[in-house]
Design a protein. Structure first.
Length: 184
């Protein structure tokens, strides 16, 4: 009986109280951890849970009356850039070449070379497009005439609003492939 403390009954009520207090402390710690874990998980998974808004890729690029019918003009595509957790409004997303075709028709071509993604330039003197990186050449309709590009320039959908604005469905496509594969 030398090991027993004075006033303590072996296996008595004080042992049960300690167990209950330990369980309560453990549950409190688990609840506090869950309060931090759930928002943290939501923060990390946020880019995966976002859905693109419908019609977000249609971008206004020019006025119909400002477009020439002979040679295309380069028009900047401006919009919101979303990169994981960062939203940057009014950023340059790319460039398209626009040209009137007929009375109300339009030709819109992506200004990114299908070979390696270099910026295509208009060679107005030769009435063609040229990629300065690897010497791919395209006619004014975007068809490849020479060079290592695996396909012609990528045509983009256009529409004209009631106010006379030209909108382009801006898309990017995988380079180095014969087929047009849209990048997400």
């Amino acid at each position: 009986m030398a090991s027993e403390k004075v006033g303590e009954i072996p296996g008595g009520p004080s042992t049960g109280r300690r167990n209950i207090l330990g369980i309560i402390a453990g549950l409190s710690a688990a609840a506090a951890g869950a309060l931090w874990f759930v928002p943290g998980l939501r923060y990390v998974a946020d880019p995966l849970l976002r859905r693109p808004s419908a019609g977000a890729r249609w971008k206004r690029v020019a006025k119909l009356d400002d477009l020439p019918s002979e040679l295309p003009i380069a028009c900047a595509v401006i919009g919101e850039r979303v990169d994981a957790w960062t939203r940057s409004p009014a950023q340059r997303l790319g460039t398209v070449f626009l040209r009137k075709k007929g009375e109300r028709g339009l030709v819109a071509l992506q200004a990114e070379c299908p070979h390696l993604g270099c910026s295509i330039q208009l060679d107005a003197d030769a009435h063609r497009f040229a990629c300065p990186c690897h010497e791919s050449f395209f006619d004014l309709e975007g068809k490849q005439t020479s060079g290592p590009s695996p396909r012609g320039m990528d045509a983009l959908e256009t529409r004209i609003t009631a106010e006379g604005d030209v909108e382009v469905k801006f898309e990017r496509f995988r380079t180095q492939t014969r087929d047009r594969v849209e990048l997400g």
